[in-house]
Design a protein around this ligand. Structure first.
Ligand SMILES: [Zn+2]
Ligand SMILES: [Zn+2]
Length: 348
């Protein structure tokens, strides 16, 4: 099968590799669509020996996959040949204490495509423990829509709904209007919140409007915190840091009213993930700091009806349908910061 194999930093080559053979608990999926993600770009920059790709065989990235089941092991009972599926990136083993307490996204032995096993920039991908690590894609939704959810939409959904318990009428501010920020805007709007989007890039702010932001703030033009305090008459209920910079964490905290919640989605990559935050202010104003990671696969059941009804629409963020041979160019554009929106591979 055709697959993009990472053979060195910035060295992504289209190769012909063996189609994986599913074991008794596994399912072989024909990849119909796969989203090109910024985390893949990090892997692309670091190369295959960064310690992030923990599997034998060709180093194939890619974790935002929708497709069709073409073969199943004998113990796979929840899925059959011909089923339309997405592969949740929060895969799990089903045996650890987190899996057993309904938190498979925190599994101690997670199964992430392109990280724990050969990923989806290929014609086929073999999903381990398929009974628990696949989700049915409803017939009315396209493969493009399934892949466009990516890791960003489901991470934002779990964060806002399950972790931060967003409610109707709340003032929500989202710092950073990249993929995960735009997803958070779309979901917050669907949840009935008043949504303020902050970024420094006018193009991103235009997309924020498209995804449902009620108000946009270019923080290059005005002081975002003061503007938010004014717009919300004293501070937002919920601030989402979708970037993970020291300045955005701090601006989030400063934008909240007393008792507000900071939802931290962006991973802070600098200084080993350490940022300086005003903990006295967090204490004195009873701010809650909430982390979030991925989403349990069973939560897709709550997302599908909202997608079918058009309340959520990740496909609005898709700016390019590309072929597998163009993925390398997208990574180059990401390096130059010239990439807009989301690209999804739909031809192989
Ligand atoms: Zn587990
Ligand atoms: Zn991703």
């Amino acid at each position: 099968m055709k697959a993009l194999v990472l053979e060195g930093p910035h060295e992504l080559n289209l190769r012909d590799i063996d189609v994986p053979k599913p074991g008794v608990e596994d399912a072989l999926i024909k990849v119909e669509a796969i989203g090109v993600c910024r985390s893949d770009h990090h892997f692309w920059e670091w190369g295959p020996d960064s310690g992030m790709m923990n599997f034998d065989g060709p180093k194939v990235m890619g974790h935002e996959i929708s497709g069709t089941v073409v073969e199943t092991g004998k113990d796979v009972t929840n899925f059959k040949v011909g089923d339309r599926v997405v592969i949740p990136f929060s895969g799990s083993d089903g045996t650890c204490k987190y899996c057993n307490s309904g938190q498979p996204h925190l599994c101690e032995n997670s199964y992430i495509p392109g990280v724990s096993y050969i990923g989806g920039y290929a014609e086929y991908v073999c999903v381990p423990k398929a009974n628990r690590n696949l989700a049915h894609l409803p017939d009315e939704l396209s493969f493009l829509n399934g892949a466009a959810l990516g890791c960003r939409f489901i991470t934002a959904f779990h964060g806002l709904v399950d972790r931060a318990a967003i409610t109707i009428g709340e003032n929500v501010v989202v710092f950073g209007c990249g993929g995960v920020g735009l997803s958070a805007i779309n979901i917050s709007k669907a949840a009935g919140a008043n949504v303020i989007a902050v970024d420094i890039n006018p193009e991103n702010l235009k997309l924020a409007k498209v995804m449902g932001a009620d108000t946009i703030i270019n923080s290059n033009d005005v002081g975002a915190v003061a503007e938010i305090q004014k717009l919300t008459s004293g501070g937002a209920d919920l601030a989402v840091d979708a970037l993970g910079l020291e300045v955005t964490v701090n601006n989030c905290i400063a934008s909240l009213k007393k008792g507000g919640r900071l939802l931290q989605i962006g991973i802070t990559t600098k200084n080993g993930g350490n940022v300086s935050v005003p903990m006295t202010s967090v204490v004195m104003r009873e701010i809650s700091v909430i982390g979030t990671l991925g989403m349990p696969p069973f939560r897709y059941e709550s997302i599908w009806p909202m997608l079918s009804a058009g309340k959520l629409d990740p496909s609005k963020m898709v700016t390019g349908e590309i072929s597998i041979s163009q993925v390398n160019d997208v990574f180059k554009e990401m390096s130059n910061n010239t990439v807009k929106g989301t690209n999804v591979v739909t031809s192989f």
